[in-house]
Design a protein. Structure first.
Length: 172
């Protein structure tokens, strides 16, 4: 939600589509996308607008979120989105707790950070239990809102800056 609010605050146009709303036709990726306006209001946090079939290659940025499991729906979606690529656990009730990173946490980040950057991953999350990384979240890292509220990190803003710099597209 925080990414949507930050993007909208920048004046970016936001559209929404589920994995069932994307397809390939003659090798080109398309989506049935619905315009979306968001609000920081838990009683009415979004309004849906017009629906349009859109070539995904016309979009500046596509962010995908899919809950586990890793299944055929995910594989098909990544294949479809790959064709458009030339352009560019809190949810279940767990309580967020912001803590300073330990020396071991920083060491883990130093080990995996360069590899993730080399693979073009701008935003990932890791789960660490004790001294060991137990999970790498590349499709649906969470916690932006909780971190932003507890600190001045402003992850959503920094991520959108990185996305904008990567696409070299001015805000629209």
């Amino acid at each position: 939600m925080e990414l949507l609010l930050a993007a909208q605050d920048r004046g970016w146009k936001i559209s929404y589509g589920g994995l069932h709303d994307i397809w390939l036709r003659d090798g080109e990726a398309f989506g049935r996308l619905t315009r979306l306006e968001v609000a920081d209001d838990p009683t009415k946090w979004f309004d849906l607008g017009e629906v349009a079939v859109t070539p995904l290659g016309d979009l500046d940025v596509i962010l995908m979120r899919k809950e586990p499991p890793f299944d055929m729906e995910y594989i098909v979606a990544t294949y479809v989105l790959e064709r458009a690529e030339d352009r560019g656990n809190l949810v279940t009730g767990a309580r967020a707790e912001v803590r300073p990173l330990t020396e071991r946490d920083l060491w883990i980040c130093e080990q995996i950070g360069p590899v993730l950057r080399d693979r073009g991953l701008l935003y990932t999350g890791i789960d660490v239990i004790g001294d060991f990384m137990t999970e790498l979240n590349v499709t649906s890292p969470t916690g932006i809102r909780e971190l932003d509220r507890a600190s001045d990190v402003q992850i959503a803003e920094r991520l959108l800056d990185a996305i904008q710099a990567r696409t070299l597209a001015p805000p629209s």
